[in-house]
Write a protein that binds this ligand. Structure first.
Ligand code: ZN
Length: 133
């Protein structure tokens, strides 16, 4: 794993949360993106080499909606950048982690992504992401 690529934060409303992060960081987000496959709308802020990803549910079936219902707003996942996601998925499997999918999926911000089940990582949802070149 190379670095923490971003930290995902579940919010009820980007309209409310985005201005707060603009005030916090002192600048605007660089991208808003609807990820239909995940039922989320995301907004990204650059923070040095890493990013903050705000996540709003786009419908009640969204995992973000379920997360907020259960745990409230807050940190949802930590994403690590990897060079070869397929290789890293195989490595994590071989050392006992449970992955949420067998194959990488297309995620936000031009990335292939895969998630590690929080049950196998002390309650933290971990995302692997690889830049699509
Ligand atoms: Zn993410």
């Amino acid at each position: 794993m190379d670095k923490i690529e971003h930290i995902g934060i579940a919010v009820k409303s980007l309209r409310d949360a985005s201005p707060l992060y603009e005030r916090l960081l002192g600048y605007k987000s660089y991208k808003t993106e609807q990820v239909a496959s995940e039922n989320v709308i995301t907004e990204f802020f650059k923070v040095g080499d890493s990013k903050i990803e705000l996540l709003e549910a786009s419908c009640d079936e969204s995992a973000i909606h379920g997360f907020i219902q259960k745990r409230g707003e807050g940190i949802h996942h930590i994403a690590f950048a990897v060079d070869d996601i397929v290789k890293e998925m195989a490595r994590l499997k071989s050392v006992g982690f449970q992955l949420l999918s067998d194959h990488p999926r297309i995620g936000a911000d031009n990335k292939l992504v895969c998630f590690v089940h929080p049950k196998s990582s002390h309650g933290v949802l971990i995302e692997l992401c690889q830049e699509i070149k």
